[in-house]
Design a protein around this ligand. Sequence first.
Ligand code: PLP
Length: 384
Amino acid sequence: MDNTLQMVDLKGQYLKIKDEIDAGIAEVLDSSAFINGPAVKAFASELAQWLGVKHVIPCANGTDALQIALMALGLKPGDEVIVPAFTYVASAEVIGLLGLVPVMVDVDPATFNVTAANLESALSPRSRAVIPVHLFGQSCDMEPILAFAEKHNLYVVEDNAQAIGARYTFSDGRVKRTGTMGHIGCTSFFPSKNLGCYGDGGALCTDDDALAEKLRMIANHGQKVKYHHSVIGCNSRLDTIQAAVLRVKLRHLEEYCSARAAAAEVYSGLLGAFDPDGKFFDLPARLHASTHVYHQYTLKVRGGRRDALKEHLASLGIPSMVYYPLPLQEQEAFRSIARAASELKASKECAYSVLSLPMHTELTREMQERVADAVKSFFTGLQQ
Ligand SMILES: *Cc1c(COP(=O)(O)O)cnc(C)c1O
């Protein structure tokens, strides 16, 4: 077994399911149905069933999914779409790409996610849609967000690229998977995502029949009937080989979610025992209503020591990553096109203090102890 610590271990995960994956890929090669082969349809229906949603529309990547979602809503140039300032660029990039106005809102500094209260500050007569991002694998608090959106007649497009598999419980006891609560859910199958393929891939999902038809059409050159184009669309497909990989990995997704949650618990146990009062860092905060699938296990490092901790870890052979070092309001690309709903203090604070530790399905207790010991040695070193 490979004992090198990596942020993600795609190879180790592959080796455990190699026979299934290789057989799936061989079948595609054999049939040579590389585009829209039977595995694509089969995967879409299996994922729909897994998520508990009526329609899944596969596409080329997660960014395309977000773009196609916004294209389907009939928005006009200048219309505003509300998006968290602390997220991966794709969530906001597509808004700008379509000539819409990204309105950046702050996140909750503990959960890293937007809240209904934050959204309130962004409202204007041009508000049309909101993109809650379930960052790092935990659901946003969707019940108040959905109520807010309904009250103000806004579309809800969930960015579920990092949280596939997480469950949210409503106050009446209903449980839903992230990505299935808004009008449209978008996800990514980038290799390092919780359900990753071996290249690029993405999908949209919705319970709305009319929206599903539109999304399908837009992803396919705006056509329903071949060579008859009713709207301007794009060319965004999941290829058959990737669908074959995803069909196999979907069968393991529940166990992958559990493995990540178990690894998170180990980290929290080791690190929480070392810093019980949160003097040095905050452990990932939990939202009571949501499960967490830990796309990332992210600490908030206190006292401006994040970069020094990262360097210390690197010197001990422990990788770590900063997701994401700049909040949107500090990105040059958005300077002239976006509007900030507030000072966005929490987003800035997060960007300058977060550090994600190695997190994947193949972590061993021994590896995690090495990570935790390295973190501890940094802070005990400071005290000497
Ligand atoms: C990965 C990711 C995307 C984009 O997915 P791609 O498949 O890389 O285009 C969008 N939003 C978030 C939050 C992501 O993490």
